[in-house]
Design a protein around this ligand. Sequence first.
Ligand code: ADP
Ligand code: ADP
Ligand code: ZN
Length: 213
Amino acid sequence: MKIILLGPPGAGKGTQAANIVEKYNVPHISTGDIFRKNIKEGTELGKKAQEYINQGKLVPDELTCGLVASRLSEPDCKDGFMLDGFPRNIFQAEYLDKYLSENNVALDKVINIEVDSKLLIDRACGRRICKTCGATYHVQFNPSKKEGICDVCDSALTQRPDDNEETVSHRIEIYLSETKPLVDYYTKKGVIANINGNQDISKVFEDIKAALA
Ligand code: ADP
Ligand code: ADP
Ligand code: ZN
């Protein structure tokens, strides 16, 4: 299964990615997670990416595209993969198309999670993440069993520095201008499945499974 997850910040891509990985056993490639790991480890890439991420801007394509291509060339992606947060603009989509066609790979589905803009700020600002295992929670909509503690690995939960109202609003604007055109792009290619992401997490996953069946 070769899948792309598309949707605005806070739509539920990471949350559904965890469900998809469990059911379909595909590697989860999240450019946001890769950047955050590099920031945590203090790499050169992390230092460069951090200034863009903290301002809610896209990290430049030169830093992003090659990273994804090299990840896709690893052996675990041979039979399938799930891209989460890439591509995010037309340049990246065309870059990916070129990479895939050169490697004789075809996408199965682009899962487009649609969520009303008014819900996105609350979703992102209430998000809590576990830096140890990557699990995602929400203070109100998907709380951990013990407040502030990861259910999976018992680590302390944290808030992403870019999950504040001002930065999220900016990320939504960038989504609308740079990323949303990809909905048209993949609709024309006939691979898109539009999913109503305003529903409960479990119902959204039901609809995704139906789209992938
Ligand atoms: P994305 O990866 O698209 O930015 P996440 O999966 O991290 O989004 O979800 C953003 C926040 O919203 C998280 O705190 C998550 O727990 C919560 N969330 C995800 N899906 C839903 C949903 N269907 N309903 C309510 N909250 C959700
Ligand atoms: P969300 O789903 O909440 O928008 P992500 O974790 O996917 O968050 O991304 C966090 C940040 O990392 C983005 O706001 C952006 O700065 C950067 N980023 C992630 N993926 C890309 C990409 N494909 N191109 C450019 N920047 C990216
Ligand atoms: Zn954890």
